[in-house]
Design a protein around this ligand. Structure first.
Ligand code: CA
Length: 224
């Protein structure tokens, strides 16, 4: 899963970036409204954290532009204390949730997870495909109850496929959702990651659909 943080307080944005990376997400950061709008306009994020008080273009206007252009990713807005009218403007512009500063980073994380869960149609942080369990809260995976040791990229790949289980996912889509902007992206590396993941969770759990992409299946070959 890939997240965008638009926040001009650089200490806060750095802290959030590290926290989300540690939790297994690919993360991009923009420190003003213009750059934030551009990134959200051109990259397919799974969720966005949007501060409302921003240089160049304010957060509400950024959000209005995205929604007018048909961007549907979940957005949580960060508002100043006691600015109830900001919250109303944010929701009217298409926000899905809000947090008032200062906040506990764990709460932001939990709210964002809830938004992504809802967006992908799951009711819990834990997704099961046969005896494979992907725990998006703990950023861990298990096969038949045994923990599997995965790198952050392997986990992101598995987590994205599990969150969209039942669907064939193209290499391009995987590239867009597991790497951040700064990563040297090459869709051939996806094959390498899929190969490594297959060795760790079981070769036949990831089906290659020729010319289309990959799909998670259970050990009996059933589409999850
Ligand atoms: Ca601000």
């Amino acid at each position: 899963m890939r997240i965008l943080i638009v926040e001009d307080d650089e200490d806060l944005s750095r802290q959030l970036k590290q926290m989300f990376k540690d939790a297994g997400y690919a993360v991009d950061v923009a420190n003003d409204g213009e750059e934030g709008h551009y990134l959200g306009d051109t990259e397919p994020y799974d969720a966005v954290v949007l501060d409302l008080g921003l240089p160049s273009i304010d957060g509400v206007s950024v959000l209005q532009k995205w929604r007018a252009d048909g961007k549907t990713f979940p957005v949580i807005i960060l508002t100043a204390r006691d600015q109830w009218s900001e919250k109303v403007a944010g929701f009217d512009a298409g926000a899905d949730d809000y947090l008032t500063k200062p906040f506990h980073t764990e709460e932001l994380m939990a709210r964002l997870r809830a938004l992504m869960r809802r967006a992908s149609g799951h009711s819990t942080d834990t997704i099961e495909i046969g005896d494979l369990t992907v725990d998006n809260r703990a950023a861990r995976a298990f096969v038949d109850g045994m923990a599997i040791k995965l790198t952050s990229h392997e986990f992101r790949l598995l987590s994205y496929m599990a969150s969209h289980k039942g669907r064939v996912i193209s290499r391009t889509e995987l590239v867009e959702h597991i790497y951040d902007q700064d990563f040297d992206r090459d869709s051939n590396t996806i094959e390498v990651f899929v190969g490594r993941l297959r060795r760790k969770i079981g070769t036949d759990r990831i089906e290659t659909v020729r010319g289309l992409g990959y799909r998670l299946i259970d050990p009996n070959g059933n589409v999850a």
